[in-house]
Design a protein around this ligand. Structure first.
Ligand code: URA
Length: 236
């Protein structure tokens, strides 16, 4: 990779700014000052700016706490999107949500620019579990728990994979739901079969990774290496 491309990715600056920076003499490659923007940076080379090491991550993986009213898309002509919330920090990355939540749902959305890994995460055959906390307009019954475990048949005749429905002992109208499938409006339609409406729906975990409780709605952070590996398997 050329030095200007490396600098642009590592510092999230335009390629023209990266060219000027290279020319300034502040950048070293393996300890040697390097002023030429088209210098190839060998794999594993140590690049530094003013002596501070620069790391160019190939991809970005972010955990976002989606607020109510924001759409799970990269761009939208009308509404704020989950990518809009992080765009200032990653102006040069083509981020997208790996899996969607409804506009009124909240909680864990994973943003990345790594298409193949997102594809693996979402592949139906991998059955990555997703955990939701739901607030309902009526009480959860044993019939629902058993029905979810057996596989709910939706109004359109589609029978879903078994799902876990765990009532909240402190609130008869609240529960935790774990799905291993991603059907449009799935939880709302599942409770709809039993005549219940979903008031609130918050995704708390994807696979073994829990949404960081320190993230307020609209806040995000990068996944740790351990979280990334838990979701995607060992690095390539
Ligand atoms: N099920 C739904 O109905 N909505 C979501 O956002 C996620 C799961």
């Amino acid at each position: 990779m050329r030095l200007d491309k490396f600098l642009s990715g590592a510092l999230q600056i335009p390629r023209s700014a990266a060219r000027s920076l290279a020319g300034s003499g502040r950048v070293t490659v393996d300890g040697q000052v390097c002023r030429k923007a088209d210098t190839p940076v060998p794999e594993g080379a140590a690049v530094a700016l003013d002596g501070a090491p620069l790391i160019r991550e190939e991809h970005v993986y972010l955990m976002l706490n989606k607020p109510d009213g924001v759409v799970s898309a990269s761009e939208d002509g009308r509404d704020t999107t989950v990518v809009d919330l992080v765009r200032d920090a990653y102006p040069r990355r083509e981020l997208f949500p790996a899996g969607r939540l409804d506009k009124t749902s909240t909680g864990f959305v994973l943003l990345t620019d790594d298409g193949p890994f997102a594809h693996r995460l979402l592949a139906p055959r991998r059955h990555v579990p997703k955990t939701y906390r739901v607030g309902l307009d009526g009480p959860v019954t044993g019939e629902m728990v058993a029905g979810f475990a057996a596989g709910v048949t939706l109004a359109d005749g589609q029978t879903l994979h078994p799902a876990r429905l765990q009532p909240d002992p402190a609130d008869p109208c609240a529960a935790t739901v774990v799905l291993t499938q991603g059907v449009y409006h799935q939880i709302k339609r599942m409770f709809g079969v039993y005549g219940l409406g979903v008031n609130t729906l918050h995704r708390t975990a994807i696979g073994g990774v829990e949404l960081d409780a320190a993230l307020a709605p609209g806040q995000w952070r990068a996944l740790t290496e351990a979280e990334r590996q838990a979701l995607f398997g060992p690095a390539r």
